[in-house]
Design a protein around this ligand. Structure first.
Ligand code: C5P
Length: 401
């Protein structure tokens, strides 16, 4: 979609054993659609070679202030121009001291002091270096200067000791950067979201479930939080960790999901029904385990579940409603029919066989203005594109109210 602007960052890698985690960080970020320009200090090249970062980022790596590849010998200025942030990960105690004092004796420190964009720093060092009064002073100075500090974590250290100073994992840093960079297009908006499958009991140990993993719903919850929304997440049974900041309600059955939605709906500005809600439940599930008998057949009576999305969409002062349609064929026609029947403003359609359980997805967006296709991409990328589209439609609707 043309609206999606790719974010660009400079990743500064300084000398520390966790420089190897920075390689993973480049992968995480580039897979999430962020362009990464790596700049290394000389000490960093003693831990990981520039060739590794070059291969992962697809761009030449810079280490030297006088690099002839940058026009006018202005690498210290040019490399950060137009970037959305400089991220230093790992940031050694030495580099943090340089930043705190405004020293600019090498390419990376000069880029940091000559920057126009935000600076994010992920410290990594031995616990005694982290606890040293000089490091404490330097970190406090950086915070006063408006630098964002990510971590460090506490745990086993490369030196064999245990304590604070470990760099955060690549995925945690990538998530924090993504959140930091996301435009706050839903600031202050209340989003209520259902995600995951439901589990409809048959007896004390068995039930009817489906293959929904919850990945798409959780990715949308995270993207909404990153965009500044307050998010209430009503989730069926999944093995995922809820995004930090979401208000999580765990449920099993569709009726429980419906009750949770009813309790929260009056606060919602936007409702997104991503959950794969079972259409039917077993009438009077048995309290005890059903025993096998000589009978040839066992009959279960199924009764319809409430349609949560249709209920939300038919309320008098309804929120902006988004539904998901997972189909195995005739995607456009079935999804559009559902959109009209359930009276939702936006229907997101995907092929069940492509989407369910997968890390990637390819979706179609159907609303009153027409149909758009989002090309196959990781679910977190699709989620951000979707949130951008929802924010645009929501603002259009709320202006008319
Ligand atoms: O009708 P179908 O189940 O295909 O519709 C899918 C959409 O409706 C999804 O957004 C889903 O979360 C929602 N839905 C619901 N309650 C149901 C069935 C579906 O909210 N009982």
């Amino acid at each position: 979609m043309a609206d999606i602007v790719h974010q660009q960052i400079v990743l500064g890698v300084t000398g520390g054993i966790s420089a190897y985690k920075a390689a993973d960080l480049v992968r995480e970020l580039t897979q999430g659609g962020v362009e990464v320009q790596v700049v290394m200090t000389e000490a960093a090249t003693g831990f990981v070679t520039p060739a590794t970062f070059q291969a992962l980022s697809g761009k030449p790596v810079y280490t030297d202030m006088w690099d002839g590849r940058v026009t006018n010998s202005m690498a210290h200025i040019e490399l950060s121009r137009g970037k959305n942030a400089i991220v230093v990960a790992p940031a050694s105690a030495d580099f943090i001291a340089k930043l705190a004092h405004g020293l600019a004796g090498d390419l990376l420190s000069t880029l940091c002091i000559a920057r126009e964009c935000p600076l994010i720093v992920a410290p990594a060092m031995n616990r005694q270096m982290w606890d040293h009064p000089a490091t404490r002073r330097n970190i406090e100075q950086l915070i006063r200067d408006g630098v964002a500090i990510l971590g460090p974590a506490s745990g086993d250290q490369a030196c064999g000791e245990f304590g604070p100073g470990r760099m955060l994992e690549a995925q945690e840093i990538a998530e924090a950067i993504t959140a930091f960079l996301a435009p706050k297009i839903l600031r202050g908006v209340n989003v209520l979201l259902t995600a995951g499958p439901t589990f409809e009991p048959i007896d004390a140990v068995r039930g009817i479930a489906n293959r929904s993993s919850g990945k798409m719903g959780y990715a949308i919850a995270r993207a909404a939080l990153d965009a500044g929304a307050r998010v209430a997440l009503v989730s069926g049974p999944v093995s995922l960790t809820a995004p930090a900041g979401a208000e999580l309600t765990r449920v099993e059955r569709a009726e429980e999901m419906f009750e949770a939605v009813k309790r929260k709906i009056s606060h919602a500005d936007i409702f997104i029904g991503v959950a794969a809600v079972a259409d039917y439940r077993v009438d009077r599930p048995r309290r005890q385990k059903i025993k096998k008998t000589e009978k040839k057949q066992l009959q279960l009576k199924l009764v319809p579940n409430p349609d949560i999305l249709a209920w939300v969409a038919s309320r008098p002062r309804r929120p902006f409603c988004v539904g998901f349609a997972a189909e195995t064929r005739n995607l456009d026609a079935y999804a559009d029919e559902k959109r009209r029947r359930k009276r939702v403003q936006l229907m997101v359609a995907n092929l069940a066989q492509e989407a369910v359980g997968s890390d990637n997805n390819e979706v179609m967006l159907l609303d009153d203005t027409g149909t758009r296709r989002l090309a196959r991409a990781p679910k977190d990328v699709i989620a951000r594109q979707l949130i951008a589209h929802i924010a645009k439609l929501y603002k259009g609707v709320s202006r008319k109210r």
